[in-house]
Design a protein around this ligand. Structure first.
Ligand code: AMP
Length: 572
C-alpha cells in the first residue's frame, strides 16, 4: 500500500471531529488494506511503530528534527527554528519546506507504508555511540524522498505527535465495523494482546471465533484488573458476600512473565521494565515454581538496614533509571508482594475464582520472607477484624487495604466485576498559588502548562514551592465545567514576572484548589515538601486571594497525619 493513501486518510481525519464519522472512514480503510499491511497501518494510525508495551522508542527531540528538516530541504537551522516558533508544528514546517524544493529534485519514487514503517523502526533501533548521527541520517533519508504532505505525517509520527485524533477506542470500533465482529470481543482480545494490529489481523482472517480463542503470549503484557475506590471499609465489606482483605502496598505494580528461564517485567501501564530490575528477575526465577506463568504483585523499595518500606519516589528512581543499574540494585533493594495470577502452564486463569487463584499462588510461590512473598491477606467479613487489619497496615506505613471478592473472576480493566475495592485515607484538598509555569510546544504552543504550585509562609509572607501540576486542566473544553489551558494562560499572562527559555515565573496571584495522593518530603521544592500526583479541582480566584492560600504549617500537619496519626483519619 502506498503511504500516500494513509496520508489521505490522516488528512480526512484531521478535518472531522465526529467519532462515528471517523470510525466509518477508518473501518472502510481497514477493509481495503492488504493483509500484509494491516498491522502496520493500525499502529501508524495510532501514531506508533511499536505496540504500547514495547521497550523500543523513537527518542527524537525537536532539535534533532529541526536539523533533519534543514538538511533534507537545504534550509538553515535558524530558518526552520523560526518557522517552528511561528507555526508550533514541525510536521507543517516540513511540509512547507518540502513544497519549496526546486523542481530538479522533485520526487519520483512512491513511498510505501512498508518503507515508512520499517524506516521509523530502524531509527528506534539505533543506540550507543554515534546513534544520534545515524538517527539524523535515517530521518533525512525518509523525509527527503517524501512528498510534502507525506513529510508532514512522517515528521509528526517520528516525534510521536501524530495528532489526527485517533484514540484507542476508535480503532477498536473501526476493527469491529470493518470485519463485522462484536466490539466487546475486539476489546477483550486487545486486553489479552495489547496490540490492535494483531487483533485486526485475527478479526479479518478468523472472525469472531478467532477473537474468542485468542491466547495469551508469554512476553506480551496483559491489560490488568483494576480496583475502584470504596467510600469506607464498611461499604467495601458490604459489597461482597465473601471477602479477603489485603495490604495495599505503596509501590509499583509489576506483571511478571516467566517462560522457562526467561523473565519479562511490565508496569501497570505496560511499560517494559525488564532491564531495570535484574534483582527481581533473579527472584522470579528462583521463587516461581512453574515452567510458564504470569503473576502480579507490588514491588516496593525497602530500607537497606531496617528493611522497612521506603517512599515511592525511591522506587520510581529505579523504574526510570536506564544506566548504572547494578549500582541502583545495591542502593535501593526491593521487596515483591504477589497478589494474583493470570496464567499458568499454558492456560489463562480468567475463569478461576479469586479464592482458587490465591491457592494456586500458594502452591507455586516459594516464599523468601521480606523479598518475594504473597501479599498479606486476612479472610474475614467482620468489620472489627477488618478495621484492626486496616489500622495496622497504616501504622506500618502502607497505603491502605484492598478488599477483594473471593468469588470474582480476573476481569481486566476497571470494572466492578473484577471484585477489587481499595480503601485508603482521603486527604483534604489544598488551596495553592501558581508561581510558575512553562510554555508548551507543538499543539500546546502559546499555552502555559506544568504549573508550579506554592503554599504560603505566614511568618515571612513568602510563597514556597510544593509541587508541579499537569493534570486536570484540559486542552479542550468537553463540558462546561472544564477549565482549559487557554483560560489558565489568559489568567496568568498579566502576572508573568520573568522568562527564561520556556520557563516562566509568575507573581503569586492565582489560587487553585488541588487534590493529590500524598505529601512527600522533597528537597527539590523550597517548602521541602512535594504533593504526589496533584490535580486541578477548581479555580478559587478571585474569591480567594493568595493571602488566604494554605500554609506550609498545614502541609506539615497533613504530612504528619499521613505518617503516623493515620488512625485518626480512619475514624472519619
Ligand atoms: P490505585 O493505584 O490506587 O488504583 O490502586 C490499585 C493498585 O494498588 C494496584 O494497581 C496495585 O499496583 C496496588 N496494590 C498494592 N497492593 C495490592 C494488593 N494487595 N492487591 C492488589 N493491588 C495492590
Amino acid at each position: 500500500m502506498k503511504y500516500l493513501e494513509l496520508v489521505k486518510l490522516y488528512q480526512k481525519l484531521e478535518k472531522i471531529s465526529g467519532k462515528l464519522e471517523k470510525t466509518d472512514i477508518i473501518a472502510e480503510f481497514l477493509k481495503n488494506t492488504p493483509e500484509d499491511d494491516l498491522e502496520k497501518v493500525i499502529l501508524l494510525l495510532s501514531g506508533r511503530v511499536f505496540p504500547v508495551w514495547s521497550d523500543k522508542e523513537l527518542g527524537i527531540a525537536n532539535q534533532l528534527m529541526i536539523k533533519a528538516i534543514s538538511k533534507a530541504f537545504g534550509k538553515s537551522n535558524e530558518n526552520v527554528t523560526k518557522a517552528f516558533n511561528k507555526i508550533g508544528d514541525l510536521g507543517i514546517v516540513a511540509e512547507e519546506m518540502a513544497k519549496g524544493r526546486t523542481q530538479s529534485i522533485l520526487i519520483k519514487k512512491q513511498l510505501l507504508v512498508e518503507n515508512v514503517f520499517t524506516g521509523l523502526q530502524k531509527i528506534a533501533e539505533q543506540s550507543g555511540a554515534g546513534s544520534m548521527e545515524r538517527k539524523l541520517n535515517l530521518i533525512i533519508e525518509l523525509i527527503a524522498q517524501a512528498k510534502p504532505e507525506e513529510a508532514k505525517y512522517i515528521v509528526r509520527t517520528a516525534l510521536e505527535e501524530l495528532r489526527v485524533g485517533v484514540a484507542e477506542g476508535l480503532i477498536r470500533d473501526a476493527i469491529a465495523k470493518a470485519f463485522n465482529v462484536d466490539v466487546d470481543l475486539v476489546e477483550k482480545a486487545w486486553f489479552i494482546t495489547q496490540d490492535y494490529g494483531k487483533v485486526a489481523k485475527i478479526a479479518k482472517e478468523k472472525g469472531e471465533n478467532g477473537l474468542k480463542n485468542i491466547k495469551i503470549t508469554l512476553g506480551n503484557p496483559i491489560y490488568v484488573l483494576l480496583g475502584e475506590k470504596a467510600p469506607s471499609l464498611k461499604d467495601a465489606l458490604e459489597s461482597y458476600e465473601k471477602t479477603a482483605i489485603e495490604i495495599k502496598y505503596d509501590g509499583a505494580r509489576v506483571q511478571i512473565h516467566k517462560k522457562g528461564n526467561e523473565i519479562y517485567l511490565y508496569t501497570r501501564r505496560l511499560e517494559n521494565i525488564t532491564k531495570q530490575f535484574p534483582d527481581l528477575i533473579e527472584l522470579a526465577r528462583e521463587c516461581i515454581k512453574a515452567k510458564a506463568a504470569i503473576v502480579e504483585g507490588e514491588v516496593i523499595a525497602i530500607d537497606k538496614k531496617t528493611e522497612k518500606p521506603l517512599p515511592f519516589q525511591l522506587l520510581s528512581q529505579r523504574i526510570k533509571r536506564k544506566y548504572d543499574i547494578e549500582k541502583m540494585v545495591k542502593e535501593i533493594p526491593i521487596q515483591v508482594n504477589i497478589f494474583d495470577i493470570i496464567y499458568l502452564n499454558g492456560k489463562d486463569t480468567f475463569n478461576i475464582k479469586f479464592s482458587e487463584r490465591r491457592k494456586m499462588l500458594e502452591k507455586i510461590i516459594r516464599i523468601k520472607p521480606g523479598k518475594f512473598q504473597l501479599a498479606e491477606q486476612l479472610i474475614t467479613h467482620d468489620l472489627k477484624e477488618a478495621e484492626k487489619f486496616y489500622e495496622n497496615a497504616l501504622k506500618n506505613g502502607q497505603e491502605g487495604v484492598m478488599v477483594k471478592n473471593l468469588d470474582a473472576f480476573y476481569v481486566p480493566g476497571r470494572t466492578v466485576a473484577g471484585g477489587w475495592l481499595k480503601v485508603k485515607p482521603t486527604l483534604e484538598n489544598l488551596d495553592l498559588v501558581i508561581v510558575g509555569a512553562s510554555w508548551g510546544t507543538g499543539k500546546r504552543a502559546g499555552w502555559l502548562g506544568s504549573y508550579i504550585l506554592a503554599c504560603r509562609d505566614p511568618d515571612t509572607g513568602k510563597f514556597l514551592e510544593c509541587g508541579m501540576l499537569g493534570t486536570g486542566i484540559k486542552e479542550k473544553k468537553t463540558s462546561p465545567e472544564d477549565f482549559t489551558m487557554e483560560e489558565m494562560t489568559k489568567l496568568l499572562k498579566p502576572y508573568i514576572e520573568s522568562e527564561k527559555g520556556n520557563e516562566v515565573k509568575i507573581k503569586p496571584k492565582i489560587v487553585i484548589e488541588v487534590a493529590y495522593e500524598e505529601i512527600q518530603r522533597s528537597p527539590a521544592y523550597s517548602s521541602g515538601f512535594a504533593l504526589r500526583f496533584p490535580r486541578f479541582v477548581r479555580l478559587r480566584s478571585p474569591e480567594k486571594g493568595p493571602e488566604e492560600a494554605d500554609t506550609i504549617e498545614r502541609i506539615k500537619h497533613i504530612y504528619e497525619i499521613q505518617k503516623g496519626g493515620r488512625e485518626k483519619e480512619v475514624e472519619k
